[in-house]
Each structure stands twice: as C-alpha cells, then as structure tokens.
Design a protein around this ligand. Structure first.
Ligand SMILES: *Cc1c(COP(=O)(O)O)cnc(C)c1O
Length: 359
C-alpha cells in the first residue's frame, strides 16, 4: 500500500488492517439467524457505550440521515437549532428543508453553546425540539452537554436531539443519565470504521412523539427501527460489512476499557496541544470548551497551511485538515481520534516539526 496517505483529518480517520479484515467476511441474509446473532451480540456493548438500557439502532446511512430523520420524526411545532459551526448551522438549514418551523440560536464560530441562552429561548414555549452538536468538528468546540441536558427536566415536552458524531467514545456520554431524547453518531470518526453506518438511540418520549407524526417517511422512521430492532434486525438491508467491522472495533474498545480510551484521547489531544503552544499558535476554541478528539488551531502565525499539508503528504505520507469552509487557511485541524497511540501521535508531531522547518 505505498499509495497509502494516513489521515489525521477529523473524519474519515485511519482504519486499521484488523478492521478491514473483519469487514471482508462473507455475506449473509439480513433476515437470517446469523445476522440476528451478530446484531444481538453487539447490542449490549452498544448499550454500554451509549449508557442506555434502551435499544441502539444501526442505520445504513451517514450521520446526516439520522440528523434529518430526527427532525422528520420529532418536530411538530418548532425546532431550536443551536448553531456554532458548519455542522450545527447546516442542521438549521436541514430543518427548514424538511418544511419545519425552525429558529437558530447562533453564536460566533469558535464559541460554545450556553445552557442559559437555551433556557431563555425555550422559556418562550414556542419550541418542541432542539438540536445540539456535542463536539462541533468544524471549530473544535466541545459544548457543555451536562449543563444543557439538565434543562430537559424543566422542559419535558422539548425533544433534545444530540449529535455526538465526532465526540462519541472520546469523552463519557451517558444517554439515560443525561435524560435526552436522541443521541446519534457515525462510523468514520472515533469508531475508526469506514463511512456509511450511523448509530443512534431514542427515548420512550421520542418514540411516543414520533407516533403522533404522520409523515415520518420510511427509511428513517424511528418506529420501524424500534419494531425491527426488537427482532434484532434493521428495517432494510444494512451495510453488513460495516457491522462486521463494528463487531471487531467493539472488541478492541472493550479490551482497552472505556476509562482507558477516554484517558488516551485526552492524553493524545494534550500532545497536540503542547505542539500548538510550543509553535506559538493559538486555539480556535476557548479554554474549557476544547474538543478531546481533534484540535482546531488558529493560524495566528499566518503560515501557508496548504504548503504545510503538501509537504506532509509528499514527504510523510499523511495529511491534516486545512480548515473547514470559511475557516480554510484561517485555521487547521488535527485529529487524534480513533485507534491512534502515543507512538503514532509522537510520529505525527515529528512530521509536523519537519514540515514546519521547510515552509
Ligand atoms: C462528520 C460529522 C457529521 C456528518 O457526518 P456524515 O457522515 O457526513 O453524515 C455530522 N456532525 C458532526 C459533528 C460531524 O463531525
């Protein structure tokens, strides 16, 4: 694989040979006992990761499928979209494209979403749902999910829909304790699987709400996921290869142990942060709200990020990300999520130092 360029972009991330090997197992019918056994085997592990006694669903789509699906299933009055970067801003756009009443609580990119600001807006009584991105991948902001989720007790009628696509399994997340209504993630971020599989769980209140919504569609109908899930199946033919990959990654995750996994992400993220400080760069996200899975570096030194990346690619066979959308060149992002180790991040840092010396 001499063409192999290792990805330190915040998704898709590097996929291990062991995962690819697991994914190359023969196909089976998705209504066969073999598939039901696979589904049932991984269910308790997924429930432990999500921190829920409820079902965890497998959707053959990227995360956006479930993000759009949650809007279609749960919004009847008006949704409050908490917007702090490219993914969260897009969710507001998606809500409107679904024909829903929607309002943006917009903060400047790089800033976090604050519970007291949500509280003020929900107090109007206009909303029956809100969307929140836990770890805004475009800006490297980790939003204060515990404080925000605490508002659910005050507004039980509001569906709290949370995307932890790039935060999931890098920091603790406990769905049942948070008391939120939907938690969703995708395969190509910290799970370190190829893209194409989304995972989510939904509260009983969410399913009850969905039951009142006539035009939920089919492919992302929460009630289809629930009734099929009860039989250890998915509504339509799933990405079986990715589910074999997931089975493998779950073994890897639980062999390491969740606490160790969180500590490793924190430690590797800290190594990248140290490199940022040593090189006189600043962080795009404020202290206290920084992601543990990636670092969004403010390019205050105004280096040529495209050139840095081309040296990394040509001479070190790896790439970082040159900044998302309107932040291109103004920031750059370095991922430490997935299967990375102290050794691979140390090697990345040596490569960054070499490339910086050649700018
Ligand atoms: C990557 C990402 C998504 C989108 O995932 P797709 O796989 O492209 O659908 C959504 N939200 C966040 C926070 C992400 O990082």
């Amino acid at each position: 694989m001499s063409q192999h360029i290792k990805l330190f972009i915040p998704g898709p991330v590097e996929v291990s040979p062991g995962t690819f090997e697991a994914m190359s197992q023969p196909m089976m019918g998705h209504r066969s006992k073999g598939f039901q056994d696979l589904y049932a085997e991984i269910q308790p592990q997924l429930q432990a990761l999500f921190g829920t006694k409820g079902q965890v669903y497998l959707s053959t789509s990227s995360a956006w499928g479930v993000m759009e699906g949650a809007i279609r299933n749960l919004v009847t009055k008006k949704v409050l979209n908490c917007c702090c970067g490219a993914f969260s801003d897009k969710w507001y756009d998606v809500a409107k494209r679904c024909g829903k009443q929607a309002e943006a609580y917009q903060v400047e990119w790089g800033q976090p979403i604050l519970a007291e600001e949500i509280d003020k807006r929900l107090a109007t009584g206009e909303f029956d749902a809100l969307t929140l991105i836990h770890n805004e991948t475009s800006t490297g902001v980790l939003n204060p999910i515990v404080e925000i989720a605490a508002l659910k007790a005050k507004y039980p009628e509001v569906m709290f829909i949370v995307d932890s696509v790039s935060g999931f399994t890098t920091v603790p997340m406990n769905f049942d304790e948070l008391g939120i209504d939907v938690l969703l993630t995708g395969s190509q971020k910290a799970f370190a699987l190829p893209p194409g599989l989304a995972l989510f769980t939904a509260s009983e209140a969410a399913n009850a709400r969905a039951a009142t919504v006539p035009d939920r569609g089919y492919y992302f109908d929460f009630l289809e996921f629930r009734s099929n899930g009860e039989k250890s199946m998915t509504p339509s033919t799933p990405c079986i290869s990715l589910i074999y990959g997931l089975q493998h990654q779950l073994k890897v995750i639980f062999a390491e142990g969740l606490e160790n996994r969180f500590a490793r992400h924190e430690r590797l993220n800290g190594m990248v942060h140290e490199w940022v400080r040593r090189n006189g760069f600043e962080f795009f996200a404020p202290e206290g709200y920084r992601s543990k899975s990636l670092t969004c570096v403010a390019n205050n030194r105004e280096i040529d990020v495209a050139k840095l990346n081309s040296i990394l690619k040509a001479e070190h066979r790896l790439i970082i990300d040159g900044g998302y959308g309107k932040l291109k060149g103004k920031t750059f992002r370095i991922s430490n999520m997935g299967d990375e180790t102290d050794a691979t991040i140390a090697s990345l840092i040596a490569s960054l130092d070499d490339a910086m010396s050649k700018l």
